[in-house]
Write a protein that binds this ligand. Structure first.
Ligand SMILES: *[C@@H]1O[C@H](CO)[C@@H](O)[C@H](O)[C@H]1NC(C)=O
Ligand SMILES: *[C@@H]1O[C@H](CO)[C@@H](O)[C@H](O)[C@H]1NC(C)=O
Ligand SMILES: *[C@@H]1O[C@H](CO)[C@@H](O)[C@H](O)[C@H]1NC(C)=O
Ligand SMILES: *[C@@H]1O[C@H](CO)[C@@H](O)[C@H](O)[C@H]1NC(C)=O
Ligand SMILES: *[C@@H]1O[C@H](CO)[C@@H](O)[C@H](O)[C@H]1NC(C)=O
Ligand SMILES: *[C@@H]1O[C@H](CO)[C@@H](O)[C@H](O)[C@H]1NC(C)=O
Length: 478
């Protein structure tokens, strides 16, 4: 009874879900009135960010420069700048591109203080989750007559702006995963129309990798793991395109030998997700454990700016059943083994603390099964209280509403809800389909004002009762 590749979207609105494709005209392959060259006549505009910029944005800015090369064949220069004089000495007669996140960029701070009222469109997005604003700005800095300024309200906002420009100039988010050809052109211009997007309607947008064996798992093992199948030394893990492993005869440090879902695999997925403007992942869990297979998986997720969670049946950032089977002791039964299960969850919480996460709360049976007979609602409500106490204890905070949590009303769990089980208002309720592709129920008007909001969990591929199905070539358009 497995749920395969699924979409999990969480937000305060369910019925009205808009994707982030902005239908903007941010770039052009020919010079237009008021546009400025990003790449043309053998030259790429000089690009700048501040040294105190988010690492995720610095990394995505490097992708952006690579994307310019993919499209035009021209190599641009991306520089971190601490002073305006360094910048002016480098730009010569070019119009520079200034990239930065509000509150995390000394460069954008300088632009805001120098440009005055002209900077208002940028400061207007302050505090808006994942929003961005990019446009040509006159006199952005002393001695700079014009620049193209790309500002995000937060780190993902800035990255989404960059990836939007990449997609519009010809790099499909799927160029690597699905070999979508790059649309090449000699020149790319940035148009005079502001390139902007507000906060997405749905706060967390993501996928769940499941039923990953055989297709995804075997492929990942061949491409990203050194010790799976084949002979050591012939594995392709050292292939630069698939992630650099130091020594193709050994598993990379911090990884479990042979575990296919390591950081080399996941960082490719994180990049795809960001290009698609997704932000939330439930990792592969059938034959793997995200936090164990590669000790750096969680670190890299956060470094890329991806929010991690675990599936509906895996509370408190631990993989179930694999991690429980390996590290737990006694039955997966809270009425009989509360102390050991609690310690197991404490460990998962400690491991996840410091990274951007959404905690799955509640409890199901070990391995996507219902809890055994006689597990009652008061016991489950107690489980959620224990889980919130763990968050409070591990994070050393009294207000646990600041740490996002989700309760997924999948299969029998919706029955508990229907029978009266309730969780605190700040916990997102994730409504699900019936495993046949029909959403079982949406929140009623009285359920739509919860501070934790609502989400949808929906299968586009399902393995299990009552019938397996795969949607091939499906285009989901929200
Ligand atoms: C910024 O540049 C300086 C000097 O060029 C370098 O030492 C520093 O590591 C860079 N910082 C970042 C965040 O790239
Ligand atoms: C953005 O809002 C924060 C919090 O209200 C404030 O401290 C900061 O100065 C604002 N930044 C800008 C650029 O307006
Ligand atoms: C809890 O774990 C310990 C070992 O750490 C084990 O001895 C004990 O039997 C377990 N408790 C239950 C109820 O299974
Ligand atoms: C929790 O972590 C402690 C300390 O690292 C370890 O001794 C214990 O075995 C772990 N228990 C579980 C159930 O993960
Ligand atoms: C927990 O927080 C309290 C109050 O903020 C502080 O006094 C205490 O030192 C913290 N404890 C730990 C272990 O960090
Ligand atoms: C939500 O609305 C219901 C009635 O429609 C009300 O009883 C409840 O107190 C409201 N909750 C919040 C958090 O406003």
């Amino acid at each position: 009874m497995r749920s395969s590749l699924s979409l999990a979207v969480l937000g305060s609105l369910v019925a009205c879900v808009h994707a982030l494709s902005s239908a903007l005209n941010c770039v052009s392959t020919t010079s237009k009135s008021g546009s400025i060259p990003l790449a043309s006549s053998g030259n790429v505009a000089p690009l700048f960010f501040a040294p105190n910029e988010w690492p995720a944005v610095q990394r995505a800015a490097n992708d952006f420069v690579t994307d310019i090369r993919r499209v035009t064949g021209l190599t641009g220069k991306l520089t971190n700048v601490t002073s305006t004089s360094t910048l002016t000495s480098q730009i010569k007669n070019n119009v520079p591109v200034l990239i930065g996140t509000l509150g995390s960029s000394s460069l954008i701070d300088s632009v805001i203080s120098h440009a005055g009222d002209a900077a208002k469109p940028f400061t207007a997005i302050n505090g808006s989750w994942e929003a961005y604003h990019a446009q040509i700005l006159s006199n952005p800095l002393p001695g700079v007559s014009q620049a193209y300024v790309i500002v995000g309200a937060d780190r993902r906002g800035t990255m989404f702006a960059l990836y939007e420009l990449s997609e519009q100039m010809g790099v499909s988010p799927w160029f690597w995963w699905a070999d979508v050809p790059i649309k090449q052109s000699k020149s790319v211009f940035l148009t005079s129309t502001p390139c902007a997007h507000g906060s997405p309607t749905v706060k967390y947008r993501g996928i769940f990798l499941n039923d990953e064996q055989p297709a995804l798992q075997n492929w990942a093992a061949e491409k990203f793991s050194n010790n799976f199948g084949g002979t050591a030394g012939t594995a392709v893990g050292g292939d630069a395109e698939f992630g650099a492993m130091d020594d193709p005869t050994k598993a990379a440090s911090g990884t479990v030998a042979g575990a296919p879902f390591n950081r080399f695999f996941y960082t490719k997925l994180f990049e795809l997700m960001l290009r698609l403007k997704a932000n939330y992942l439930w990792p592969a869990q059938w034959g793997s454990s995200f936090g164990v297979d590669d000790k750096l998986n969680q670190f890299w997720a956060d470094y890329y700016g991806i929010v991690m969670g675990t599936s509906h049946e895996e509370p408190m950032m631990r993989s179930i059943p694999n991690e429980w089977n390996e590290f737990g002791s006694g039955p997966w039964d809270f009425s009989a083994n509360a102390a050991n299960i609690t310690q197991f969850w404490i460990n998962g919480t400690k491991r996840a603390k410091g990274f951007e996460e959404i905690y799955t709360v509640g409890m199901r049976g070990n391995g996507d099964e219902p809890l055994s007979e006689g597990q009652d609602i008061s016991l489950l409500e107690n489980v959620v209280e224990v889980q919130r106490n763990i968050i409070s204890q591990v994070y050393n905070i009294t207000d646990v509403t600041k740490i996002p949590q989700v309760w997924t009303l999948y299969k029998e769990v919706e029955g508990f809800y229907d029978d009266g089980m309730r969780v605190e208002d700040d916990i997102t309720l994730m409504w699900t389909d019936d495993n046949w592709g029909n959403i079982r129920r949406f929140p009623l008007p009285s359920e739509r004002n919860r501070t934790g909001g609502s989400g949808v969990y929906y299968h586009v591929d399902y393995v299990g009762d009552p019938r397996d199905y795969k949607w091939i070539q499906v285009m989901l358009s929200f």
